[in-house]
Design a protein around this ligand. Structure first.
Ligand code: NAD
Length: 736
């Protein structure tokens, strides 16, 4: 058999060198083709006596990111097809058979009778690391880019090609469960200490070291296939096992609120698998994997958090026909909280940064922020001193607008004050070269309004970051009325360069993410005024799948900012645009009690210095209403949180603020943590069907008022039985 994805060469020592190097791809992926070819190689290794051992490595910069998730999506779809044709049992069997092929292939490697060594450089994740775990010896490069790990849990799956079984036989069970549950990428030294790899070596030597090990004529049998094998933490039914598994179950509940069946199935696979010999254990793992693969959570998470996100990262919304821009120098005006962060992430991407503020001291302060962040990375061993110096060398802090002259893009992050912004726009444009793009990081001022102060509104765009900039992966690119394709393309090229995920949003109040998250916080505020205990509000929000309760979240953003936005809304749209109960609550907290949130140590919570935050007991006096907690319908509270946000997401589609469904779902999860297991608000609605969602919203409307009224697009979808993704597939046009 001739392979196209692998090169196999037998040397004089009888060692078969297998180099994985898929044509036309920058990264190796486990596709159906690649799996078939690897299977052929395994046959050859078993059959040819001359082959004494195998070393597998990659011809690319990295080893591999793992399995092709679209292939896994295809297997999940097979179920529906088979069920229609041949019934439930045959369909389940077909998914089981298909989804365990990789697991069986890896087991054949492990039991081939010949030793397999693997040389890893760059990332080796998911199904690729499961291949490594099946090999008998693992050498990893000790360079900055090498990482191993099993991140499957992050897309609603779990490592189903032997990963759960091999990790749990290599590591003590607590460490194994933690590694599997977190899905983190692990550095070579740590992986060596955990016994996930056997040797760490300079990048240039990894293949030779693997060969050297093979030349020692090692035994090609894994410890767990030998008689008398003992699990690292002792048997499941032992004191050690009792210390691990019942708490693991509780941790699962605490961390997931029971929303992630994949993680539960993974725990089950480990618990049951460790009580069985390897082959049976792998069968148990496969059964659970097949079940998880068919779950709606896995389908939703794979689509949004892998497929859609990758498409957006690759420029799905970039206007075709505009040449790709290579940004060499970017200006950031306003070196405060946001500007300093923008400067840091830009310099980190290798781009020169001119950081401008009103005076030199303010500009220097912004650069100091970058110094503190990168120094922290150096201290943690995540960056070198040379990388720190190079990064800081790329940032020029100045009060001279003239220094912006050769910037390709300038992002302003000055005070949220239209007058200050207008002045800054004029000053920057006076210094800019004609082809440069101007971007504003405003969170509340309309881009089209700000662009009125520009002499070249077609080169004016919004680039809206979330705080903290260095951590948040979402960036909203806001199209003003006159924003041209080139400005949009440059903004998207910039977001790609700093390795964040962009969504393109039409100019409107709150853009997309803030608009939905404001609806979430409003619900928390109103529940409080109705007499729902604060602790219950926070806990139920987490049960619904939100990462942070609405009251905590509001404390982080600042209560006075919430009040400011409320005041501005009232001034622009009138009294009826704000909720009076919310207004009374915020006024009391901010104006009477001086509670501004975490920033002054008191908001809905108290923040004692050096201590743990706790809900402010005074809330009981601020709110007179009290409900009996046992009489509260918790399911209804959960619905309120998600429905309120999903309704706003649906409205943004109808209004044309969002024109691509992928952007709403990806933006909601990355921007404000909308229950990730749903795949995002539109996937959530599609999953239950617009009809069921409309019924849910109407029930809430009857009880809680017009904010839960479904919009006409939802009624329409409910009538026709369509879904958001069905009607607006791909880069869709606005509903209108
Ligand atoms: P900030 O007050 O921390 O920083 C503003 C900076 O702008 C200050 O350093 C100030 O000295 C500087 N500045 C003011 N006038 C200037 C001028 N004429 N020339 C040069 N510099 C000037 O504010 P921030 O929180 O960083 O917000 C900045 C912008 O980012 C605002 O438009 C805000 O709406 C937006 N934003 C903020 C957040 C957030 O979470 N804070 C999130 C997204 C967007």
């Amino acid at each position: 058999m001739t392979e196209t994805n692998f090169r196999a060469e037998l040397d004089d020592d009888g060692l078969l060198s297998v180099v994985w190097d898929m044509p036309g791809r920058s990264m190796n992926v486990l596709t159906a083709d690649a799996i078939q070819e690897l299977s052929g190689i395994v046959d050859r290794v078993i059959a040819e006596e001359a082959i004494r051992g195998v070393v597998i490595s990659s011809g690319k910069k990295a080893f591999s990111g793992g399995a092709d998730l679209t292939m896994l999506e295809g297997i999940a779809r097979l179920y529906e097809r088979e069920r229609a044709q041949s019934g439930e049992t045959a369909a389940a069997q077909a998914v089981f058979d298909e989804s365990r092929k990789l697991s069986q292939l890896y087991r054949r490697i492990e039991t081939s009778g010949k030793p397999w060594a693997i040389a890893i450089r760059g990332v080796c994740l998911g199904g690729a690391f499961e291949l490594a775990l099946a090999c008998h010896y693992r050498v990893a490069a000790n360079d900055g880019s090498t990482r191993v790990g099993l991140p499957e849990v992050k897309v609603g799956l779990f490592p189903g090609a032997g990963g759960t079984q091999r990790v749990a036989r290599l590591l003590p069970p607590q460490d194994a469960l933690q590694m599997l549950m977190k899905g983190e990428q692990i550095r070579p030294d740590k992986a060596r200490a955990m016994r996930l790899v056997d040797e760490v070596a300079p990048e240039a030597e990894i293949v030779d070291r693997a060969k050297a090990w093979l030349k020692t004529a090692p035994k090609a049998v894994k410890p767990w296939d030998e008689k008398g094998f003992k699990l690292p933490g002792g048997p499941v039914w032992s004191k050690g096992g009792f210390m691990t598994f019942p708490p693991a179950n509780a941790i699962y509940r605490r961390e997931t609120q029971g929303n992630y069946p994949n993680i539960f199935a993974m725990l089950q696979a480990v618990f049951e698998g460790l009580q069985l010999p390897m082959d049976l254990a792998l069968t148990v793992e496969s059964r659970l994997f097949a079940k998880v693969l068919r779950s709606p959570e896995a389908a939703a998470m794979i689509r949004t958090l892998f497929v859609s996100m990758q498409e957006l990262n690759k420029g799905a919304r970039r206007p075709a026909g505009v040449a790709k821009s290579a940004l060499k120098k970017v200006g950031v005006v306003g070196a405060g909280f946001m500007g300093a962060g923008v400067g840091y992430v830009t310099a980190q991407a290798g781009i020169e940064v001119v950081l401008v503020d009103r005076d030199q001291a303010a500009a220097d302060k912004g650069k100091e922020f970058a110094r503190a962040l990168i120094s922290g990375q150096v201290a943690k061993g995540r960056a070198t001193g040379a990388e720190r110096d190079a990064l800081l060398g790329r940032i020029t802090a100045t009060d001279d607008y003239g220094a912006l002259g050769d910037c390709d893009l300038v992002i302003e992050a000055v005070f949220e004050d239209p007058k200050v912004k207008a002045e800054v726009i004029a000053k920057v444009e006076a210094a800019l070269k004609p082809e440069a793009i101007f971007a504003s990081n405003t969170s509340t001022l309309p881009i089209s309004g700000l662009a009125k102060h520009s002499s070249r509104p077609e080169r004016f765009v919004g680039i809206h970051f979330f705080s903290p900039v260095e951590k948040m992966m979402l960036v909203e690119v806001i199209e003003g009325e006159k924003t041209g394709d080139e400005a949009l393309a440059v903004a998207l090229d910039y977001v790609a360069a700093i390795r964040k995920t962009p969504i393109v949003v039409k100019d409107s109040r709150g853009f997309f993410a803030n608009r939905c998250v404001i609806a979430y916080m409003l619900e928390g505020h109103l529940m409080l005024t109705e007499g729902v205990p604060a602790a219950m509000i926070e806990n139920v929000a987490k049960q619904a799948g939100m990462p942070v309760g609405p009251l905590s979240l509001n404390d982080e953003v600042a209560l006075d900012l919430g009040l400011k936005i409320l005041n501005a809304t009232k001034a622009q749209l009138g009294e009826q645009a704000v909720n009076p109960a919310q207004e009374t609550l915020l006024r009391r907290l901010v104006e009477t009690e001086g509670r501004l949130g975490r920033k002054n140590g008191k908001g809905f919570y108290d923040y004692p210095e050096g201590g743990k935050k706790s809900l402010w007991p005074g809330l009981a006096e601020v709110v007179e209403a009290k409900l009996d907690p046992d009489a509260i319908d918790v399911a209804e509270l959960r619905d309120r949180f998600l429905v309120a946000q999903a309704l706003d997401a649906a409205r943004t589609v109808e209004e044309g603020v969002i024109s691509d469904m992928r952007e709403a779902d990806v933006g909601a999860i990355l921007g404000f943590g909308f229950a990730p297991f749903t795949g995002g608000p539109l996937s959530w609605i599609d999953g239950m069907g617009a009809k069921a969602f409309v019924a849910k919203a109407q029930a809430l409307e009857a009880k809680h008022g017009a904010r839960f009224a479904p919009n006409s697009l939802l009624f329409d979808l409910a009538d026709t039985g369509e879904t958001f993704y069905g009607r607006f597939a791909g880069p869709a046009k606005a509903a209108a």
